[in-house]
Design a protein around this ligand. Structure first.
Ligand SMILES: [Zn+2]
Length: 262
């Protein structure tokens, strides 16, 4: 398939016009009329995921986090971004990112996260101004029956396949309305509190954001940035396999969370 046709398919899943203003999305590296037969999805282009893409003959990386993200004045091997771009371009590997457009998309990361808790009446935390393109960012919804925060913690731990996770709040607190915002999104705590959420699930939050949530009375569940988003790279790879004929797609097997527990 031509790269341009794959970009069109990705655009239909996550319209790039719905990305946040500061974001850098769409086709970031590549030649639209190139032929693509092998596609790897990953959360981030790292030395490990780039090496895997090269070793397994990928023609395209669909990365959640954009690469490049900030404007570049040079591409040399003197820094990590330059070195990875140099290697990928040298191997004729294109790079596409949907990032915040995929976070917010109708079937994107936050919708998938909300559904994993069995929420009903799922709505965006920040509705978009043009609902024909995207519902908006973050999600909130209602549990079928009130549960404890401890229950939310155990569901999150199972979903993220982790032994431990951080949280703010009383584990015995009863919760019925849940907000979700993948990645580093504690800024959604206030909109979540305003619509009556008892808890916000996001990847990570700063110490001061945690204190603010504790003071304002909304619980936080923090499985980590990686765990809050990486699962959606597997589901994206499946969607690409189903939607694109003659293209082999897989989610990176070598990338991993850089944070470890001791
Ligand atoms: Zn992220």
């Amino acid at each position: 398939m031509k790269l341009a046709a794959i970009c069109e398919f990705l655009e239909s899943l996550a319209p790039t016009a719905t990305a946040e203003d500061w974001d850098n999305v769409g086709l970031l590296v590549g030649q639209p009329d190139a032929d693509v037969t092998r596609v790897m999805t990953c959360l981030t282009v790292t030395p490990a995921s780039a090496a895997e893409a090269i070793a397994r003959g990928a023609d395209l990386i669909v990365t959640h986090h954009p690469m490049p993200f900030r404007p570049l004045k040079r591409i040399t091997t003197a820094d990590t971004v330059g070195r990875l771009l140099w290697e990928l371009i040298g191997n004729r590997i294109a790079i596409y990112s949907a990032h915040t457009a995929w976070d917010s998309a109708v079937t994107g990361i936050n919708q998938q996260l909300a559904e994993s808790y069995g929420l009903t009446e799922i709505q965006p935390l920040l509705p978009s101004s043009d609902a024909t393109l995207s519902p908006g960012s973050g999600r909130w919804g209602q549990l079928a029956a009130p549960m404890t925060l401890e229950w939310v913690l155990s569901i999150t731990r199972n979903f993220a396949n982790m032994e431990r996770l951080q949280y703010v709040g009383d584990p015995q607190r009863v919760v019925s309305r849940i907000g979700v915002a993948c990645g580093s999104a504690s800024s959604f705590a206030e909109p979540a509190r305003r619509v009556g959420c008892d808890v916000l699930i996001t990847g990570e939050a700063s110490f001061h954001a945690c204190l603010e949530c504790e003071a304002s009375g909304i619980a936080l569940v923090l499985p980590g940035h990686y765990a809050s988003e990486r699962f959606a790279m597997e589901s994206l790879a499946e969607r690409l396999s189903q939607g694109l004929s003659g293209v082999d797609t897989w989610a990176s097997e070598r990338e991993a969370d850089p944070l470890r527990w001791f």
